[in-house]
Design a protein around this ligand. Structure first.
Ligand code: NAD
Length: 351
């Protein structure tokens, strides 16, 4: 089984590839252009695998994509490459349209033409799996029912609008061209190798630096959190056993307010590495409320009963254990954090 993964040098992609390669013995072709969020070193432990290939390719480059498909002849595609940070989408929505919408269209089109050349048996076994977000559903009040697979799309930010759009393209390619597609919509992931601009790694790395811990508004926004390795396992199950044309919601069964997440991190940090900063005897003193994000969604919650019933998946990591592992990893991997932050200047001119 050879799987072409797009965006495999990013946060979720690198965990997914590690799982597919080392636990499931799949062959992997990783397509990634290495934006600021992608680091080839995230997968350096896998370079020795003969069944792992990296192609530095931009999904917006149709011809390059064609070459990669023709050369590697994958049995399945798992499409993760995307611009993924909501704040960046508010500052510069154009990149999100070009990568998440036009890039997804390119991957679909190249894949469709490639799929048309396969034998009937290979066509039937083929999968195009789009990895998407719960943010496409918009937000919930504190009392609303969690998102199901049939919740209407209602995206709020340029990021979620671009992911909603790409989901629609994927479904259309399934319906119109019979490409065997499957989509999964997942809640907020956390764990090692996440770029330190997202809430959890940002707060941990700011604790280490003694920098303010910025909280949007009152911090009462609620997110469902899933440990990234649990997501990787869910994705592998969906690829193998998910039904063609279906959507699967994936979540951690774990709703927490942003302010609680930050306080939890501060408590773990107080225990692991008592504050060396003279201006703060405990890390929670660094919490700083800042002006809320425009259009900020209040609550996301996922009803994951379909994947649990059909594919027998469950999250294995509790939020307490997963958060502790994550904090430990960032504390122990200062060099990775420095390298990631030094990539921040990367933009399309030099990728
Ligand atoms: P990430 O930002 O860490 O990684 C994205 C990867 O895509 C990077 O390696 C980057 O170099 C690559 N990439 C970006 N533009 C590209 C292009 N034009 N061509 C080739 N590669 C390109 O993102 P992530 O958090 O790992 O998310 C991966 C996917 O999962 C995204 O599609 C995201 O929408 C989705 N998702 C993320 C979360 C989450 O909490 N992080 C939750 C649900 C769904």
């Amino acid at each position: 089984m050879k799987v072409l993964v797009t965006g495999g040098a990013g946060f979720i992609g690198s965990h997914l590839i590690r799982h597919l390669l080392s636990d499931l013995d799949y062959a992997i072709v990783n397509i990634d252009v290495l934006t600021y969020a992608g680091m080839a070193t995230n997968l350096s432990d896998l370079e020795a695998y003969p069944s792992y290939t990296f192609e530095r390719t931009d999904i917006r480059d149709y011809r390059d994509l064609q070459k990669v498909f023709a050369q590697h002849k994958p049995d399945a595609v798992m499409h993760l490459a995307a611009e993924s940070h909501v704040d960046r989408s508010i500052d510069g929505p154009g990149e999100f349209v070009s990568t998440n919408v036009v890039g997804t269209y390119n991957v679909l089109e190249v894949c469709r033409h490639y799929w048309n050349t396969l034998s009937e048996t290979k066509q039937r076994a083929f999968r195009f799996h789009h990895i998407s977000t719960d943010e496409v559903f918009g937000d919930l009040s504190s009392t609303s029912e969690a998102f199901t697979e049939t919740t209407p799309y209602n995206p709020s930010s340029p990021y979620s609008a671009s992911k909603a759009s790409s989901d629609h393209f994927v479904r259309a390619w399934g319906r119109t061209y019979n490409l065997p597609v499957v989509i999964s919509n997942c809640s907020n992931n956390y764990g090692p190798f996440q770029f330190p601009e997202k809430l959890i790694p940002l707060v941990i790395t700011n604790c280490i630096k003694g920098a303010p811990l910025p909280i949007y508004g009152d911090g009462m926004q609620i997110r469902d959190w899933l440990y990234v390795e649990d997501h990787a396992r869910a994705l592998a199950l969906i690829l193998k056993f998910g039904r063609v044309g279906e959507t699967y919601n994936v979540g951690g069964l774990n709703e927490v307010s942003n302010i609680s997440v930050v306080r939890n991190i501060c408590e773990i940090m107080d225990e692991l590495r008592p504050s060396p900063h003279s201006f703060a005897s405990t890390y929670s003193e660094l919490i700083t409320h800042v002006k809320d994000r425009p259009g900020h969604d209040f609550r996301y919650a996922i009803d994951a009963s379909k994947i649990m019933a059909e594919l027998n998946w469950r999250p294995l990591e509790s939020f307490a254990s997963g958060l502790r592992k994550t904090v430990n990893w960032y504390v122990d991997n200062d060099d990775w954090v420095k390298q990631a932050l030094s990539n921040q200047h990367l933009d399309r001119q030099n990728t």
